[in-house]
Design a protein around this ligand. Structure first.
Ligand code: ATP
Ligand code: MG
Length: 318
């Protein structure tokens, strides 16, 4: 069952419009990946869903975001505050944006259940210890009395996940949750999130620039380029038969292990910035398939058999 829907989302900061068409749905018990190069608009999409754009000076100029049937784009900040960190949780790249360095772990996690679930301090602590245990944090009762600086990066990120879970959310938005961690810890955290989606029937939006993470954990994926969703669909179909040349290039960049030379090819050219988005299809200057139409007309996101693609000349690479 779809719990969060984004339709044709457009975002502006003054005259600058970094998001100009993002659409996706996410259901409970499902992980949706949002993938794209740096600057493609992944974090802005997360901020829009969390209602955080006004705080950054941005605003939604068109489109809709519905959560459990409720329109969020017209919600007041007061109403958003009940939702944010409650039924919709956010995990960011840097755990210290969510943790208070001057407060012990226990009270920080307890506060979430007190605020959002109306629990007493005692009830909340029992819940905190239980959640920390679920996240395979050793000796949870003792950890409650530690300060963030006494913990490793991976442990801090687990605490942030615990804070999000303490409110019993329906949707979790994870914006590059493992980028700051070393590779083995990254894999643990990703596996943890994957388990939580299933055991708690969560809808997880996993933002990453890593296609191999998408392949391992996501059910469906949205590929973003220059502020637009350019392709989306079930992960199996996207990897087996990507229709958009940009998706094909991203998949071509996945290192295939040492036997294969372990080369990260990279895509020629650079992502356009908001100040110089090209006319027509934003990818056309880097696309070897581009024809005249691509330089003048923006391709719409058109549904296909299992997903959607925004390309004048879609198709599996020859
Ligand atoms: N506060 C802001 N004011 C104006 N432009 C902004 C603002 N925040 C982001 N942008 C622009 O919006 C575009 C998308 O940014 P965003 O942070 O969403 O990218 P991203 O896909 O998350 O990239 P990364 O992988 O580097 O995190 C960028 O071109 C960025 O310069
Ligand atoms: Mg980002």
């Amino acid at each position: 069952m779809t719990v969060l829907s984004v339709r044709n989302l457009q975002v502006a900061f003054g005259a600058v419009a970094p998001l100009s068409g993002v659409s996706f749905d996410v259901a409970k018990g499902e992980t949706l990946g949002i993938v794209g190069e740096s600057g493609s608009g992944k974090s802005l999409t997360a901020m829009a869903v969390m209602g955080l754009l006004p705080l950054a000076g941005g605003r939604i100029t068109a489109g809709s975001i519905t959560f459990d049937g409720q329109e969020l784009t017209t919600l007041t900040e007061k109403a958003y505050r009940r939702l944010r960190g409650g039924r919709i949780g956010l995990i960011t790249q840097n755990p210290m944006t969510s943790l208070d360095p001057l407060q012990c772990i226990g009270p920080q996690v307890d506060a979430v259940a007190v605020l959002h679930l109306g629990m007493t301090a005692r009830e909340a602590r029992a819940r905190t210890v239980e959640i920390l245990g679920t996240l395979r944090i050793p000796d949870p009762a003792t950890i409650c009395d530690r300060y963030p600086h006494q913990m490793s990066g991976g442990m801090k990120q687990r605490i942030v996940i615990a804070m999000a879970l303490a409110a019993d959310p329906d949707v979790l938005v994870a914006d590059e949750p493992t980028t700051a961690l070393d590779v083995t810890v990254q894999a643990q955290i990703i596996r943890l999130l994957d388990d939580l989606v299933k055991s708690r029937d969560l809808a997880l939006i996993l933002i990453t620039h890593d296609m191999s993470v998408v392949a391992q954990t996501c059910d469906r994926v949205v590929v973003m380029y220059a502020g637009r969703a350019v392709e989306q669909g079930p992960v199996g179909d996207i990897f087996d038969a990507p229709q958009h040349p940009y998706t094909q290039a991203l998949i071509g960049c996945i290192p295939r292990g040492l036997d294969d030379g372990a080369r990260l090819t990279g895509i020629a050219g650079t992502v356009p910035t908001v100040l110089n988005y090209p006319p027509g299809c934003p990818f056309h200057p880097r696309c070897d398939r581009a024809e005249e139409v691509c330089a003048s007309i923006v391709p719409e996101l058109e549904p296909n058999a299992t997903g959607a693609v925004a390309c004048h000349l879609p198709g599996v690479a020859p």
